[in-house]
Ligand binder design. Structure first.
Ligand code: NAG
Ligand code: NAG
Ligand code: NAG
Ligand code: NAG
Ligand code: NAG
Ligand code: NAG
Ligand code: NAG
Ligand code: NAG
Length: 434
């Protein structure tokens, strides 16, 4: 076959055959019109396809089943009692310190202001992520002087509160957002400035960040390729890799997941979960870790519901390793003017598409969704008693736990153990002696 448009259709079809729930099956027919080939010798066969509509509940059921498979595991704690003791009853309590699946909130410099703090240190957000969109981009002064006052303060604040930080972004491939003074430079000076920027920011925060966005949105834009040649982005990735070998490097991209026509997740139309799942299946086949970043949904009455659907779909998909919600608060993004504007198709200038809280840090419906899911996706405070074989079994979300085992004969001598529940086959077996 020489030419084959609409590959996605075939992928979706095979997904339909092997997969489960499609709430929006009808929309798939759109794709069939896109299968084209100029080679008339080719015959296309689609065998044993059955299309079946699925209800929302069936879709959810499949998500839940996948969550159980991908994000949870049984643990079996075997408790050895001291020789000669008779009482078989022991109490196990365990609670997670951290969930291994990061679902995070994006922060910006405004959280450093005192009035930003109450919302930020809300306990359910204790492992939030930082995205420093503007603070870490090349600075705007023609003298290209670095000024790390704000990012340093942010990094130190988030470290103090044990909030993990993602480095977003070192460079940005879009011409429009590249500083005016950089755009005016000759190519060799652009190279110099960019390499200096990479060296400066990476060496400064290496070890502090859990990931680097190296060249933001470089599938859609190519400022550095245009100025420096076709391998420019690859070169910057290599420089960052050499400077910081231990931190994952990301391609941060948009219009990959959201819609068939359009991997960051600005879902500005009603999300098609079937498309999202099919795309994640394809991307996931590369075995590269995927994060859903910059996640927000369109303003309006369905915003929170859609946010929840997308977060659940992402959490249920084995290829997704983390979610970052695009909800950094700023004083003028979520004020009453913004919140009471009902013209959902036109975002008023300066307003945020999605607000987790109002300006008094009172949760709005999307904030409730994030809180609810972060809570739901952790196992906390489980208490139980071992069986006659001295075994306690429990299904838990992956993550780091501490367990406290006490024996009724030695109530003052509880044994404490910390452990990580990672993905694996069968239950995680653990032995504890009291
Ligand atoms: C297929 O043929 C049509 C009509 O000649 C042409 O417009 C199109 O570009 C061809 N496509 C490819 C991929 O060769
Ligand atoms: C899926 O799990 C959620 C959370 O436990 C639950 O609220 C929902 O009812 C479940 N859906 C189905 C269809 O079982
Ligand atoms: C650096 O940035 C901070 C915060 O924006 C500002 O207060 C300070 O004056 C700047 N320092 C220099 C040397 O420009
Ligand atoms: C960049 O700016 C130009 C001129 O203002 C505009 O036409 C274009 O759409 C912008 N491109 C992007 C990707 O925003
Ligand atoms: C770009 O990278 C490719 C693959 O590493 C290499 O084969 C090619 O020579 C490079 N091109 C330039 C212009 O450096
Ligand atoms: C609210 O925010 C919008 C968008 O940033 C701004 O235009 C407006 O002046 C703000 N209103 C008030 C009362 O602060
Ligand atoms: C879990 O236990 C801790 C300490 O006893 C307590 O502070 C916390 O509120 C409990 N959490 C839940 C969800 O029960
Ligand atoms: C659990 O895993 C995390 C991340 O790899 C690590 O930092 C932590 O030390 C581990 N905890 C235990 C108890 O092994």
């Amino acid at each position: 076959m020489k030419f084959f448009q609409g590959k996605m259709f075939v992928i979706l079809c095979s997904l339909l055959v092997t997969g489960f729930a499609f709430a929006t099956c009808a929309s798939l027919y759109d794709y069939s019109a896109n299968i084209e080939t100029n080679n008339t010798d080719v015959e296309l066969w689609i065998d044993s396809v059955s299309l079946k509509p699925f209800t929302k509940l069936e879709w959810q059921d499949h998500q839940n089943e996948s969550i159980n498979r991908v994000r949870k595991r049984n643990i079996r704690i075997h408790v050895h009692e001291p020789a000669g003791t008779k009482a078989p009853r022991r109490e196990n309590r365990h609670r997670p310190n951290t969930a291994s699946f990061p679902a995070r909130l994006q922060h910006n410099r405004n959280h450093l202001k005192p009035q930003g703090l109450p919302g930020l240190v809300h306990p359910t957000f204790h492992r939030d992520d930082v995205q420093q969109r503007n603070e870490m981009v090349l600075h705007g002064s023609p003298s290209d002087q670095e000024n790390y006052t704000v990012p340093d303060a942010m990094v130190s604040f988030f470290k103090r509160h044990k909030i993990s930080i993602r480095g977003h972004t070192i460079l940005w491939a879009s011409t429009n957002v590249t500083q005016y003074w950089v755009r005016l430079l000759q190519p060799k000076d652009i190279l110099k400035a960019a390499v200096r920027r990479v060296g400066s920011v990476v060496s400064r925060y290496s070890g502090d960040v859990i990931g680097w966005d190296v060249m933001n949105e470089n599938l859609h834009n190519s400022f550095y390729e245009e100025k420096l040649g076709p391998n420019a982005s690859a070169m910057f990735y290599q420089i960052v890799r050499a400077l910081d070998p231990n931190t994952p490097l990301f391609l941060n991209e948009y219009n990959t997941l959201e819609f068939p026509t359009d991997m960051n997740g600005h879902f500005l139309r009603t999300p098609k979960l079937s498309h999202m799942r099919a795309t994640l299946d394809v991307l996931g086949a590369t075995n590269m870790p995927i994060w859903l970043t910059e996640l927000d949904t369109k303003r309006g009455p369905a915003q929170a519901v859609e946010l929840e659907e997308i977060m659940r779909e992402a959490f249920a998909h084995p290829a997704i390793e983390g979610i970052i919600v695009w909800g950094g608060w700023k004083p003028t993004g979520c004020n009453q003017t913004c919140l009471t504007n009902n013209n959902y198709d036109v975002l008023p200038k300066g307003c945020a598409e999605m607000c987790l809280t109002d300006n008094n840090f009172k949760n709005l419906p999307p904030g409730d969704v994030v809180d609810k899911l972060i809570k739901e996706w952790k196992t906390t405070n489980v208490t139980g008693v071992t069986n006659v074989d001295g075994v306690f079994e429990q299904n838990v979300f992956l993550g780091e736990y501490s367990v406290l085992v006490s024996h009724p004969m030695f109530p003052r001598r509880p044994v404490k153990k910390k452990f990580n529940v990672t993905n694996g086959k069968g239950p995680l077996e653990m032995w504890v002696s009291v």
